[in-house]
Write a protein that binds this ligand. Structure first.
Ligand code: HEM
Length: 123
C-alpha cells in the first residue's frame, strides 16, 4: 500500500521556505504586526519554517531546537485579538498565493492556518 502523501512531501523544503519568506515580507508592511517581532526577522523566519516542516510531516528539527511548541502559551506575551489574527492570516493568504501548490494542499493549508490562528486569540 502506498504511504499517505504529506503536505511536506508535496511542498518540499523549498515550498515551505518560500511560503515563510513571502509571509515575513508581507509582515514588514503591517505595522501592528511588525512591531511585535524582533528587529531581525531572519531567526523568527527560521523558527516558523522549522515548525511548519515539522507539523506538515517533515523532519522534527523544530522539536530538537525549541522543545514542545506550546504555541498558545508562547503567544500569551502578545495581546492577540481577532483583528490582529486577521492581519496575520492576510499575510499568510498572501504568501500562499505566491507559492505554486495543488488545490488540495491549498485547502489543507487554509484550514490548518485558520484553526491555528483562532487558537492563538487570547483577548
Ligand atoms: C494569530 C496571530 C499571530 C500573531 C500576532 C503571532 C505573533 C508571533 C510573534 C510576534 C512571534 C515571535 C517571533 C519569533 O521571534 O519567533 C511568533 C512566533 C511564532 N509563531 Fe506566531 N503569531 C500568530 C499566529 C501564529 C500561528 C497561526 C502559528 C502557526 C501556524 C504561529 C507560529 C509561530 C511559531 C512556530 C513561532 C516561533 C515559536 C518559538 O519557537 O519560539 N503563529 N508569533
Amino acid at each position: 500500500m502506498e504511504e499517505k502523501q504529506t503536505i511536506y512531501d508535496s511542498l518540499g523544503d523549498k515550498g515551505i521556505h518560500e511560503l515563510v519568506a513571502h509571509f515575513y515580507k508581507k509582515v514588514e508592511s503591517e505595522h501592528r504586526l511588525r512591531k511585535l517581532y524582533p528587529a531581525d526577522l531572519a531567526p523568527a523566519a527560521e523558527r516558523l519554517y522549522l515548525f511548519l516542516v515539522h507539523v506538515f510531516g517533515g523532519p522534527s528539527t523544530y522539536l530538537e531546537r525549541r522543545g514542545h511548541p506550546m504555541l498558545r502559551r508562547r503567544h500569551f506575551q502578545w495581546k492577540i485579538d481577532s483583528n490582529l489574527r486577521d492581519t496575520w492570516l492576510e499575510c499568510m493568504w498572501y504568501a500562499m498565493d505566491q507559492v505554486p501548490m495543488e488545490s488540495g494542499v491549498y485547502e489543507a493549508l487554509k484550514s490548518y492556518f485558520l484553526n491555528a490562528a483562532n487558537h492563538m486569540v487570547n483577548r
